[in-house]
Ligand binder design. Sequence first.
Ligand code: PLP
Length: 374
Amino acid sequence: MNLRPETEAVHNAAIDPASGAIVAPIVLSTTFEYETTGREREADELIYTRYQNPNRAALEASLAKLERGAVAHAISSGSAAMLTIFQALEPGDHVVSSDDMYFGIRVQLNEFFAPWGLETTYVDMSDLKAVRAAMRPETKLVILESPTNPMIRLADIAAIAEIAQESGALLLVDNTVATPAAQNPIALGADIVVMSLTKYIAGHHDVLGGVIIFAQEDKFAERVMRLVRIGGSVLSPMNSWLAARGLQSLSYRVRAHSENALQVACFLAEHPKIERVLYPHHPSHPQYELALRQMRVGSGLMSVLVKGGRQGAIDLVNRLKLFTSATSFGGTHSLIEHRESIEESSSTPPNLLRVSIGLEHPADLIADLQQALA
Ligand code: PLP
């Protein structure tokens, strides 16, 4: 039966054959009894939790299916996922990367991988000519976020997949902000999807995790799997279980985050004390048409440029009552953050606030913003 993603997300978790439990037990055992035959073990045989664990295997199978990939590896954080990908490249390889992205990934590339011999060219992924011009014979990987964190810029995933393919490079899309509830990069031609599970997938501000999903089980995917298992940065059984639980309600949560966010964006865009709102599904977004074409919903993340400069933005955060001044996004609680203060060597505008719209009633969120802006 061809099931829709909402149905699949609920029914992906198999009934436990031992007990009939419809909620999977958490398997904490680090080691598993196996038959001594003298032959080599298969990749998914249960032997030792660093290699595989039932909770991690179940989460990986659900994530691969949801993102239309062939195989997924759940790992200790979104950052560890990217680190592992870079480790799987060779010194002398070249990466073309989005010039706006989660700053920690830029730090990995500049501080650790550049001295090791991995060169990166940063480009504005909304400029397809610039992407094409940045490609070299030794380019192995193109990485992009869409929408980006924190400038909420979009990239035309299908068009960039074509450019990468023509040059023999792999396209990796960080789908953390959009999630598979809004867009499926592999269906648009991407080779690899990475997500921080810490955000919308787990969804409740209580799990740190990441995932790497491959469109195909090729040599590079195999090398990454070996790095995850031999290196050991795997996701724990408890966090795998929590992320798998989050996955069951992902579509409905992201839909609600998106509906709330659009209402808040519409309110802020009209407010005289706000210079600009950056939200994909708001008509003022410069790539609104691409956003409607590529994203089924706008997700819950936006950035706001406040009139009154840096201090105006900081003062607004401190007058809010329902929005918590905290980093991260994608959870139940609405969060707000003066982004320049947290990013290392930031080029983010000093009056930018990154806002994660939670699952509160949007009217309450708007009332709080109204009082804080009064
Ligand atoms: N990718 C994006 C788009 C992010 O925003 C973040 C973190 O904020 C990460 C990756 C890193 O994820 P984690 O915090 O799980 O390491």
